[in-house]
Design a protein around this ligand. Structure first.
Ligand code: SF4
Length: 694
């Protein structure tokens, strides 16, 4: 162990990678971080961390950081380094000019789940109060928007129901569409610890994830479904529970709408939802569905964890509602050890959604057409507000190609790399009059930008992130922003150039405004966060120090709602030209599109994306371990090295999306969730053939 001696000072802050939200003590010497130590009193991590948070913070001070604003007239021109005043004047005047030419609805923003709550709040305020429209959307659109929709419909609130500590009370965990030991390692370790104590395990996943191989004492089931059939399998679990009368009638009568339940019972009992029928589409043996359903219903306390393998489907929202049905059927909600727990990918996906980033909702998930809420914000912000929902990200791209949406302010999100159907995205950006990118690095999206505003890293700013268990954690400034400003200050300067008169001196003042206008944050303040360390919303008069477990005395919407979840096959079908199904995921050492982890010592791990392919599919194509293969879909093609493994079933191939050279999203389709437009990243029909490399 390297002895780095005594630090000059220590700053407690929050990891900026995944939605676990681990607390860290940044040990500082001058303006340099010398090490990051997971905080023992961190309520999400209790002194634990993973290889990303502990060792992969070097991107924050990496030499690739853009430190000076840049502008250019056309995207084919070279970048020109300018002062902040020149860049912001240029950006504001181009945005205003675009509105004058094409109308006030012709511009909008994309907020980032990597930025703080306060920064996100200001960006949506800029859109609504200064641009005069509701064209604000978030990168959560492409990950967990179905969670917001589905849980909102079933329970009345768009968030995970339980705290991570509740895992210690669970007797059985059902994990569907997520790989927690890689994607959310600290939660993954907690789940593993509970398995060692004897908890049962059900994994519903096309791939054999690592948690299945954890040492444990209890029973386990792996339901290796065909990608795209989540709704069929989860509804078949409900079929077994209902037809075998394994449901919790007392809970349903007390907490749910009984008449709706009776209708749901009739729906779900139909033989088309039986395990035998569902086996035909999902390829999950019927006996596994029966066994898993009985085990989930019999466990005294059963919990559900899910991730993007649930949401990034054409039926993402339907699967979330099907999962909610399971928990209500068995009374597995509203008490420790149970619940429905979406594991959020980015550090502040929950917060980004909470802060009103969606085009139809103000902070706290209140619809823009709600008169009382709109009047509240009109009073506080001092301007009239639109009651018309704005554009979602895919609609912004469509609008650009039709000449109606022509200006974008994109904060902390590389949409060219992370959104589906890359060609469509780049065509849209090319068509726009003004694209402003605010980020730490030049990225794929900045190739299409006219203004580059250098962003600040989590080590250079004050604010809060909200993790997957609704925990609001402080982010504290450990060093002076290398670019000169924190991100919220940049948004404020842009807003003021466009006619606003904002005068926030510190993010705590923004949080005070959030608390004043958002009932679930009513008592949140920086003083409270100093006293408590962190709190979980709702935090208000009824719960002055926050709410670890929700829906204890009843659901936020009143009665829990059973929703009919009919399985509809995705339009993406295999056939002779594209006979395999490609699905995607993450690996422990890397994070999302890799912009951060590739600029740290973690770059040596998993230095390229690889394609997992079953031995029978590889042999049929003459592919050997490590060979280059071409992966082609109806949308495009890319090249990867092959890894031959039985972790994927015959007919299924799998890759990660951490490296821009791979451009996995060149291959994915433009199918999306029917309710939220979340892209169907997890199901793409492809052909795999030997190649000579990229
Ligand atoms: Fe914790 Fe996630 Fe950061 Fe790892 S990446 S330290 S699990 S917040």
């Amino acid at each position: 162990v390297l002895d780095i001696g005594t630090p000059d000072y220590i700053v407690k802050t929050t990891c900026a990678y995944c939605g676990v939200g681990c607390s860290f003590d940044a040990h500082m010497r001058g303006e340099e971080v010398v090490k990051m130590v997971p905080s023992k009193d961190g309520k999400a991590n209790h002194g634990h961390s993973c290889v990303k948070g502990r060792f992969a913070w070097g991107y924050a001070t990496h030499q690739d950081r853009i430190l000076h604003p840049m502008i250019r007239e056309k995207i084919t021109d070279p970048w020109q380094e300018v002062t902040w005043d020149e860049a912001l004047d240029f950006a504001a005047s181009r945005l205003r000019g675009t509105q004058e030419k094409y109308g006030k609805d012709s511009i909008g923003v994309i907020t980032s789940s990597r930025c703080t709550n306060e920064e996100t709040y200001l960006v949506q305020k800029l859109t609504r109060a200064v641009f005069g429209n509701n064209n604000t959307d978030t990168c959560a659109r492409v990950c967990h928007s179905p969670t917001g929709y589905g849980l909102g419909k079933a329970f009345g609130t768009s968030a995970g129901t339980h705290d991570f500590d509740s895992i210690e009370d669970t007797d059985l965990m059902l994990i569907i569409g997520c790989n927690p030991t890689d994607g959310h390692p600290v939660v993954g370790s907690k789940l593993r610890a509970q398995l060692r104590k004897g908890a049962g395990l059900i994994v519903i996943d096309p791939r054999e994830t690592d948690i299945l191989n954890s040492p444990h004492m209890g029973d386990k089931w792996h339901l290796p479904l065909r990608p795209g059939t989540n709704v069929a399998v989860v509804t078949a679990l409900a079929y077994v529970i209902v037809t075998e009368k394994l449901y919790d009638e007392e809970f349903i009568r007390e907490k749910c709408d009984w008449d709706e339940f009776l209708q749901y019972m009739e729906f779900v009992s139909d033989p088309r939802h039986s395990p035998e029928e569902v086996e035909k589409v999902s390829q999950v043996p019927a006996h596994l569905i029966y066994e898993a359903a009985r085990a989930y219903a019999a466990a005294p306390r059963a919990s559900i964890f899910y991730g993007l393998g649930v949401t990034e489907h054409s039926q993402g929202s339907t699967t979330v509602m099907a999962i909610a049905n399971l928990s209500m059927l068995t009374g597995n909600i509203g008490k420790p050890g149970t619940g429905v727990n979406p594991l959020r990918g980015q550090n502040n996906v929950q917060g980004s959604c909470d802060m009103g980033s969606f085009p139809h909702e103000y902070p706290g998930y209140r619809h823009v057409s709600d008169k009382a809420t709109r009047e509240l914000y009109e009073r506080v912000w001092g301007v009239p507000l639109s009651e018309e929902p704005g554009l979602r990200i895919p609609n912004m791209f469509d609008g650009a190609l039709h000449g109606t949406f022509m200006g974008l302010y994109c904060q902390g999100e590389d949409i060219v790399q992370s959104d589906p159907d890359t060609k469509h995205v780049t065509s849209a950006l090319t068509a726009m009059d003004i694209v402003i990118v605010q980020d730490l690095f030049l990225n794929e999206t900045s190739n299409y930008a006219h203004v580059l505003l250098p962003g600040s890293s989590f080590l250079e700013k004050n604010g809060t992130f909200t993790n997957a268990e609704r925990r609001i954690n402080r982010v504290r400034r450990a060093m002076t922003p290398k670019n000169g400003y924190e991100d919220w200050e940049i948004t404020q300067m842009l807003a003021n150039r466009m006619g606003a008169n904002w005068d926030y001196k510190h993010p705590s003042e923004i949080m005070d405004e959030i608390a004043m206008t958002t009932p679930s944050f009513a008592l949140v303040s920086y003083d409270l966060l100093e006293r408590e360390g962190s709190v979980q919303w709702p935090c208000n008069e009824a719960a002055p120090t926050g709410t670890p477990v929700m829906h204890i005395d009843g659901f936020v919407r009143g009665k829990g709602k059973f929703i009919h979840t009919e399985y509809v096959a995705t339009d993406e079908r295999t056939g002779p030209r594209f006979p395999l199904l490609l699905t995607t995921g993450r690996i422990l050492s890397q994070y999302n599109v890799g912009a951060q982890t590739r600029r740290t010592e973690n770059s040596v791990f998993h230095s390229e994306d690889i394609l997992e392919i079953h031995p029978s599919d590889a042999e049929m194509r003459g592919v050997r371990e490590g060979d280059w293969v071409r992966v082609a879909s109806r949308s495009g093609d890319t090249s990867l090295r092959a890894h031959i493994t039985e972790r994927v079933a015959p007919g299924v191939v799998y890759t990660t999306f951490h490296h821009p050279t791979t451009q996995a999203n060149v291959v994915t389709t433009d199918n999306s969730d029917w309710a939220t437009n979340c892209p169907e990243f997890k199901v793409t029909a492809v052909q795999v053939s030997p190649s000579n490399g990229p």
